[in-house]
Design a protein around this ligand. Structure first.
Ligand code: NAD
Length: 256
């Protein structure tokens, strides 16, 4: 189990990040939840996890689009043994119409934040003599789709950064890997449905089966629990020699 360890999960007040935080807590680690808001509900999520799993849990506000706040999150938490870089946003547009502010925000939140958190967390992991970095990339870290230039660029960047960090920590008891989910039904995906319905002139169910899950041969969404379980596996002793690689949880997407 992971008792005695502390995990920081960025972007974890909903979706995959929250699912991962819950599975890490189930495995016995203390968890630090994060997002850029500071609402009662955010802190309540941590309290629920603490109660359900009998672990320490807290919520720390930090905006992952800002490098200084990324680093400050790690320091405020007092460092960590497990760092899960999960915060992410999406915007869909042809590259010649892609809003510059959206491009900058996606690169900052989906990619640069991992640079800052890893840079701040590694010294703590070295002091503790153990560390696990898990970056939540995407099938779009390995393949592309039209209209997602910023997201695909950021996620490919995260996969590249993962390999480099693994090489820099290769002789230490620290690993760094990326998980590449296919489609998982979360608020981020939910938000893409109306645009996609309009683009393809289709209804909701048709968009889900024919467009979204078109490239996911299983024709099923992956679940946040499955991503949490994969993260816990990467933190286990069985995974100690797994570093610098990607694990796809995509129903066969990248096998096509
Ligand atoms: P989500 O919208 O439910 O969660 C995104 C999380 O990031 C939220 O907790 C949000 O508050 C947080 N966040 C956004 N901007 C932030 C900021 N500036 N600072 C701090 N936190 C911020 O979406 P999700 O689907 O759970 O996505 C989580 C990760 O998984 C993302 O990196 C996404 O790219 C990746 N992913 C998702 C899917 C999918 O199908 N849902 C597939 C592949 C990869």
């Amino acid at each position: 189990t992971l008792s005695g360890k502390t995990a920081i999960i960025t972007g974890s007040n909903s979706g995959i990040g929250l699912g991962i935080a819950r599975e890490i807590a189930r495995a016995g680690a203390a968890v630090v939840l994060n997002s850029f808001t500071d609402r009662k509900e955010d802190h309540a999520l941590a309290a629920e996890i603490a109660q359900e799993f009998g672990v320490e849990a807290r919520y720390i506000k930090a905006d992952m689009s800002k490098g200084a706040e990324c680093r400050d999150l790690i320091e405020q938490a007092g460092g960590c043994d497990i760092l899960v870089n999960n915060a992410g946003i999406q915007h869909v547009a042809p590259i010649d119409e892609f809003p510059v502010d959206k491009w900058d925000a996606i690169i900052a939140i989906n990619m640069n934040s991992a640079f800052h958190t890893i840079a701040a967390a590694l010294p703590h992991m070295r002091k503790r003599g153990w560390g696990r970095v898990v970056n939540i990339a995407s099938a779009h870290g390995l393949t592309a789709s039209p209209f997602k230039a910023a997201y695909v660029a950021a996620k490919h960047g995260v996969v590249g950064m993962t390999k480099t960090v693994a090489l820099e920590t290769a002789e230490e008891p620290i690993t760094c890997n990326a998980i590449c989910p296919g489609y998982v039904l979360t608020p981020l995906v939910e938000a893409q449905i109306p645009d996609t319905m309009e683009k393809y002139n289709m209804g909701r169910e048709e968009v889900i089966k024919k467009v979204m899950l078109e490239r996911q041969p299983s024709r099923e969404f992956a679940t946040v629990e499955q991503l949490g379980g994969t993260t816990v596996f990467l933190c286990s002793d069985a995974a100690a020699q797994i570093t610098g690689t990607t694990i796809s949880v995509d129903g066969g997407w990248t096998a096509l």
